[in-house]
Design a protein around this ligand. Sequence first.
Ligand SMILES: *Cc1c(COP(=O)(O)O)cnc(C)c1O
Length: 393
Amino acid sequence: MAEDPRDWETETRLVRGGLARSEHGEISEALYLTQSFAYDSAEAADARFGGAPGFIYQRFGNPTTQMFEDRLALLEGAQVCRATASGMSAVHVSLMGLLKAGDHLVAGRALFGSCRWIISEWLPRFGVEATYVDATDLEAWKNAVRPNTKAFLIESPANPLLEITAIGAVAEIAHAAGAKLIVDNVFATPIFQKPLVLGADVVVYSATKHIDGQGRVLGGAILGNEALMSEAYKDLLRHTGPAMSPFNSWVLLKALETLELRVRRQTENAGRIADVIASSGKVHKTIYCGRPDHPQAAIIANQMTGGGNVIAFDLGSRDSAFRFLNALQIVDISNNLGDAKSMATHPCTTTHRSMPETERLEIGLTEGWVRMSVGLEGAGDLSRDISRALDAA
Ligand SMILES: *Cc1c(COP(=O)(O)O)cnc(C)c1O
């Protein structure tokens, strides 16, 4: 009996999923840096354009990109994955493919800054209205539904304070309203949370984060079942051109091989660092999805299998947060996350500075909060660096 990759363990999927060797039998996946493809005959070109299997043009598909897509789809348990040039192109396409003029969207109010821009500034130009809700409040989701609601968008855990949405319960509300649920699964990673299994219709990633995890390239992905991916996204992706570069696909394909190892080690480190932070007298509050004192620990236990690598903590004031950041010697001050290198940022003045203050306060984001993405350095070195910076705070 031939092996079915869908029966493989996660580690095997990540190393061997989607592998499509050329006639040379290369061990490391080939980088097909080619825009277009030649056909054996005019008849073959005719057939290819008529839908016969094979590649036509890099904007539609590429063998290296397809290996990345197939590997990520296998990891996620999705029928189809389409790679995009960045996480934001994935979010943008995921919304544009489901919405048209006159439609309504409901979104969790704690979202990545650029996602909020798309919803608040961009979609209204096309006649799409949106309602933001407290994503932790199921009644709020129900109350926000209108007859023309076509999509729900959530990020769980959300940036930067790691709010959790009960994905299954929100999926039921969306489906009862005839809407699709899109989940931005970046913070959880495909290792620790499977939104499609929980009831979501579409999953999006910024592959820039943990999937690369080594600070090199941008990338994104949209995943879902075959019917929806074909109906909502296939033509939109072909004709508007947010395709992932084959070079970036190759980098990210190789990065998937070590994703599980990296995310698990980052998470072990984050667990230790969260304890260091939470036990400091300088810290007013610590939020980490791997700790039993997370406000939504019960939902986390239902839908996530690991705490991830991001920690948020409140040092009480901007001055204190800045003193902490400026005293770090190993951890970088940077707004990225999921990297091998640990990084910390002050969301109010960086990632969330364009969010109006009233909305920042609604999500509890005051000036003392720091968000830390824990990397792969030695946990002892990180603990020492962070303890010293906490003393300085
Ligand atoms: C970074 C990020 C994005 C955007 O991804 P890019 O690759 O930077 O375009 C979207 N959503 C979340 C949750 C992110 O962290």
